[in-house]
Design a binder for this molecule. Structure first.
Ligand code: CU
Length: 153
């Protein structure tokens, strides 16, 4: 395991270079996955598993629009975002099911933000002017009501 912190004895020291090589290989794979999931529109935190987090964990940065996911609902969502470059956040205040934000017609349906543990995740996206449906792409959440529309202008 990566988190294995036991003392490195003489027998372990010889294996260090191999561990470094494995770490580098994981970083390369992570970078490739990041590109696939995020495309050109945003950025991702490669320190966390991409199945769990899209966006950079950031509790402080002011953004143009915020989705807050609680239970199986968006309790807050932006109605208007600036066209062009827009900063967005997904907040998950407490433990619960994973959530993400998919914007219709944006980045081939890949989520722009995703979280499976409490926190606040931010990303920058690029939107043409228009009206976009958004929804949570986690199974069953959209039909439970996690959807709406947002205008970019
Ligand atoms: Cu959800």
């Amino acid at each position: 395991m990566e988190g294995d912190d036991r003392q490195a004895g003489a027998a372990d020291r010889g294996r260090r270079p191999q561990r470094v090589a494995q770490g580098l290989a994981l970083l390369v794979v992570g970078a490739l996955l990041t590109g696939w999931f995020v495309g050109g529109g945003g950025f991702a935190d490669v320190t966390s598993p991409l199945s769990e987090v899209i966006g950079t964990e950031d509790p402080a940065t002011e953004v143009d629009g915020t989705w807050t996911a609680e239970g199986v609902a968006f309790t807050r969502a932006p109605r208007v975002l600036p066209a062009g470059s827009a900063s967005v956040a997904l907040e998950m205040p407490s433990d619960g099911p994973a959530h993400n934000v998919v914007l219709e017609g944006h980045d081939d349906g890949r989520p722009v933000l995703q979280a499976s543990s409490p926190g606040r995740y931010v990303a920058v996206i690029d939107l043409e002017p228009g009206t976009y449906r958004y929804w949570c792409g986690i199974g069953g959440h959209r039909t439970a009501g996690m959807e709406g529309t947002v205008v970019a202008r």
